[in-house]
Design a binder for this molecule. Structure first.
Ligand SMILES: Nc1ncnc2c1ncn2[C@@H]1O[C@H](COP(=O)(O)OP(=O)(O)OP(=O)(O)O)[C@@H](O)[C@H]1O
Ligand SMILES: [Mg+2]
Length: 441
């Protein structure tokens, strides 16, 4: 607000002032003319009086009313701003991260909802050390309060769950007392950033590279061993050569399967944001998998049963990828659940969803393994999986394909009673299905 714009300070132009005083000037002028005409006044004094009258008319009307508003405005300008802690407290409450406002002694002055959720013991008015028990953070708060410099501390917590956090301590300084004094710390802003997801991704990347190299190195070492043996001691042993070459071919197949799986995993991840567009008849896709795996079932002595509704069930998806999903799940059921001698595949509609469930009656999976099964290279029994030619990437691929189809993978297992792996996908509406059935017939 500028001073000139406010009411009492509005500027009048000279013309406006003369217009306002026109009747006084007219009457005064006429009076002076009459007085000169009647020789009551001499021309000189009459001119002087006229000049005074004109000058008075030119003066701004509210000149004397200026003093009071000017003083009020000046005093308003001189008023000290609202105390900073109140404003900072409002800022802290609005911050998206867990944040606390401390005074220079480390007493909590404000805490936002996130901070209260994260630090159960935090109370306004208590020392911050009641809520934050990390010595490095408390030391950084003390140091920042003493020298006014920002600090950053990264730390991990084991309880209640493993997590990594970063604390940022930013001092808020104000002018020091006395002329020429350095700025003093008035408050400290303590905020926490959760680094857990970032750290987990880093850890997974490191683990993935370590696992992939290990998985490749094992068959590679075996291949080099056999090559050396064939070049040396078994050079002239035809029976050994035959046996070793068979093992070498098997190891080479394993390596190429691993590389194929790694490549398809990265391809699926790359396209994760794009939902497949074509229409897939789930019954036909599962039927294809059942036929392809029938020889493996026969070899393991497992009967494969497939139940599906009379009406076709269609979903939006990629046929090859969905076949890959069911292949992996049925193959697992045949490999790890063979002792149950029966694998049931059920395709059904559940409301607007299509559901494919693969149930085996094998040994089942202990509950502690279930959440980790879809991790890359995770195997309950590594040696057993390797024996079966597994890479440990099957369920990771399944998970990514199902996610790309915006579906859900369910794993239910009772140790001793077998496992059920289910895939839930959004089914296309019945009308679309009927029309498709007609065109396909
Ligand atoms: N139906 C099942 N019953 C018992 N255990 C299972 C079953 N399905 C999977 N598992 C366990 O989960 C692990 C991971 O399975 P996944 O399909 O990811 O890898 P894999 O079968 O070992 O290798 P790949 O699928 O690449 O051949 C398996 O090693 C096995 O221990
Ligand atoms: Mg598998």
């Amino acid at each position: 607000m500028s001073i000139e714009e406010s009411g009492p300070f509005a500027r009048e132009t000279l013309g406006e002032r003369l217009l306002a005083a026109r009747w006084i000037l007219l009457a005064g002028g006429l009076g002076l003319l009459v007085a000169v005409g009647q020789e009551v006044l001499a021309t000189g004094p009459a001119l002087l009086l006229g000049g005074v009258l004109f000058f008075a008319a030119c003066l701004p009307a509210g000149r004397w009313r200026f003093r009071q508003p000017v003083a009020a405005a000046l005093s308003r300008l001189r008023e000290p701003p609202a105390p900073p802690p109140d404003r900072l407290a409002a800022l802290v409450v609005a911050l998206p991260e867990a944040a606390l406002l401390l005074d220079h002694r480390g007493t909590v002055r404000a805490a936002n909802a996130r901070a209260s959720g994260m630090l159960a013991a935090v109370r306004v008015g208590d020392p911050v050390s009641f809520a934050v028990r990390v010595p490095e953070v408390l030391e950084a708060i003390r140091a920042a309060s003493a020298d006014g410099k920002a600090r950053r501390v990264e730390f991990s917590q084991r309880v209640p769950v493993d997590r990594w956090l970063r604390a940022d301590i930013v001092p808020v300084t104000g002018p020091g007392t006395g002329g020429g004094r350095a700025e003093k710390v008035e408050a400290l802003l303590l905020s926490f950033t959760d680094l857990t997801p970032q750290r987990r991704v880093e850890q997974m990347r490191v683990d993935f590279i370590a696992n992939a190299s290990h998985e490749l190195r094992t068959p590679l070492a075996s291949l080099s061993g056999f090559i050396e043996t064939l070049q040396g001691p078994a050079r002239n042993d035809a029976t050994a050569r035959e046996r070793f070459l068979k093992i070498m071919a098997e190891q080479a197949r394993r390596m190429s399967r691993l590389i194929d799986d790694l490549l398809s995993l990265s391809r699926i991840e790359l396209n994760a944001h794009m939902r497949p567009q074509s229409r897939v008849d789930l019954g036909a896709a599962v039927g294809h998998v059942r036929e392809a795996l029938a020889p493996l079932g026969a070899e393991r002595g497992v009967e494969i049963v497939f139940e599906q509704p009379a009406a076709p069930v269609l979903v939006q998806g990629d046929r090859d990828e969905l076949i890959r999903v069911f292949e992996n799940l049925v193959e697992n059921a045949l490999k790890y659940g063979a002792s149950g001698e029966r694998v049931e595949i059920t395709l059904s509609r559940d409301g607007d969803d299509a559901l494919v469930a693969i149930r085996d009656y094998g040994p089942g999976i202990a509950p502690e393994h279930v959440p980790r099964l879809t991790e890359r290279f995770y195997r309950v029994d590594t040696a057993h999986s390797r024996e079966q030619g597994g890479t440990g990437l099957g369920l990771a691929i399944v998970k990514h394909i199902v996610a790309r189809h915006r579906g859900r993978l369910g794993i239910d297992s009772i140790p001793g009673d077998g496992s059920t792996f289910s895939v839930r996908l959004a089914a296309l509406p019945a009308e679309v299905t009927k029309n498709d059935a007609k065109t396909m017939a």
